[in-house]
Design a protein around this ligand. Structure first.
Ligand code: PBG
Length: 331
């Protein structure tokens, strides 16, 4: 067999684990994860059928799960509440009740783990009898400016309870500036804003809406969440959120939107977060449960791809499993 006359043989840089480790461009560690958790008032944990292994957690269940995550060196969590139907209303007022589920949970977590970074979601959908992120007018329109006023109250209630990072996921125009001003005026200049900047109207949120019972009663979210066909629009949102005082920028979903993560990474000096959403978790889980994919390998690959695309932080339901696989070492 004649030797090929090649000057470049890229395989030389892949010839052993030591060399592959030395030239690796991207890495993944527990410091990159934000672990999303579903909570409710109930006395027991309720498994979410479309998200095997994840549950709506009771207060004790939450402490147990956060304890497990902390032991795996996960330092940030984000909380999503499943609210009793009786507390939902058209004006979503439970969203700024200082004695509500979220403020009480923040206080409990900060008391137990003062160093834990507690991220909270700002949007009305868990609290709205309409299932929308904003207030709904009689004709069905989702109102912008009126909603922003309520979101500021919600953010302030979370800040008073001790949230470290406020994360508006509602996609109303101008909410980052309004929340920043509200926080500053109340003395919360150290509370950060992680803006859901490029949040798409995605089918991949289905299992999340099951988890929280928060699907819209009428219509869809296309008048506020972005069209999956667009990327320039994401850059416009980045420019606005930067100007309004966002500390970090989010792209959501993650896996099907790696090009958006890359474009956003190149457009902003701010840290970029990406949310591997409930549907991404469900897809991977389903294939792995059937034995069609190797779970450890497929999940870690999905996460490193999100980092390679340019994300600093990853919100992922796989956070504890990934952290434990990473600790155990690679193949
Ligand atoms: C709602 C919100 C959603 C998610 C996070 N915040 C759902 C939606 O917009 O309908 C989805 C997260 C996931 O699917 O994992 N404000």
């Amino acid at each position: 067999m004649a030797r090929l006359d090649l000057t470049a043989r890229p395989r030389r840089n892949r010839k052993s684990a030591a060399i592959r480790d030395a030239v690796r461009e991207t890495w993944l560690g527990p410091e990159h994860f934000v672990y999303p958790l579903f909570i409710h008032e109930g006395g027991s944990d309720i498994e979410i059928s479309a998200m095997p292994g994840r549950s709506r957690l009771s207060p004790e269940g939450l402490l147990r799960e956060v304890g497990r995550a902390v032991e795996l060196d996960i330092r940030s969590v984000v909380l999503f509440p499943a609210i009793d139907e009786a507390l939902k209303s058209a004006d979503g007022r439970e969203s700024f009740n200082d004695e509500g589920l979220i403020p009480r949970t923040i206080r409990a977590l900060k008391q137990r783990w003062p160093e834990l970074v507690v991220v909270t979601d700002v949007a009305l959908d868990p609290y709205s009898s309409e299932g929308h992120d904003g207030l709904v007018a009689p004709d069905g329109r989702v109102l912008n400016d009126e909603t922003v006023e309520v979101l500021v109250k919600q953010a302030l209630s979370q800040a008073r309870a001790g949230a470290d990072i406020i994360s508006p996921s509602d996609m109303m125009d101008g909410r980052v500036l309004a929340i920043r001003e509200g926080l500053d005026d109340a003395g919360f200049t150290e509370v950060s804003i992680l803006a859901y900047t490029a949040k798409y109207a995605s089918a991949f949120y289905g299992p999340f809406r099951e988890a929280l019972d928060s699907a819209p009663k009428h219509g869809d979210k296309k008048t506020y969440q972005m069209d999956p066909a667009n990327v320039r629009e994401a850059l416009r949102e980045v420019e606005l959120d930067e100007g309004e005082g966002a500390d970090m920028i989010m792209v959501k979903p993650a896996g099907p939107y790696l090009d958006v993560i890359r474009a956003v990474r190149e457009a902003t000096p701010l840290p970029v977060a990406a949310y591997q959403v409930s549907g991404e978790y469900a897809m991977l889980k389903a294939a792995c449960e059937r034995g069609w994919l190797d779970e450890r390998k497929a999940v870690l690959e999905s996460l490193i791809a999100i980092r390679r695309a340019g994300a600093d932080l990853i919100l992922s339901y796989f956070a504890p499993e990934a952290a434990s696989w990473l600790r155990a070492g690679s193949d």
